[in-house]
Design a protein around this ligand. Structure first.
Ligand SMILES: [Zn+2]
Length: 98
């Protein structure tokens, strides 16, 4: 098996198992981030407002061991939605402008 990557622009992200989120920060990483709770550990997390609704939300701390195990087995499939890709690009541009 081979790890795979997909840029999702047709709503396929709704079929993902998990949305990977970041633990809550103050201030939020992006001002319009949505605050939620990690479905695994219960810690406060944040994610973009437009992430897929169906998959459970988990913090990176919880998903990392599982993701690494899957990556070693070659079964990791990563989906990046076009909205998140655009947000990440804007975030990186803003960061490097300082
Ligand atoms: Zn967690």
């Amino acid at each position: 098996m081979t790890n795979s990557f997909e840029l999702d622009d047709d709503g396929n992200g709704e079929h993902a198992d998990v949305v990977v989120c970041v633990r809550l920060t103050s201030p939020l990483l992006m001002p319009d981030n949505v605050i939620d709770i990690c479905s695994q550990c219960g810690e406060a997390i944040q994610h973009r407002p437009h992430v897929p609704k169906q998959p459970r939300k988990m913090c990176w701390e919880c998903i990392e061991p599982l993701a690494l195990k899957m990556a070693h087995k070659g079964t990791l499939h990563t989906i990046l939605t076009s909205e998140v890709a655009e947000d990440l690009l804007a975030y990186e541009r803003k960061k490097s402008a300082h």
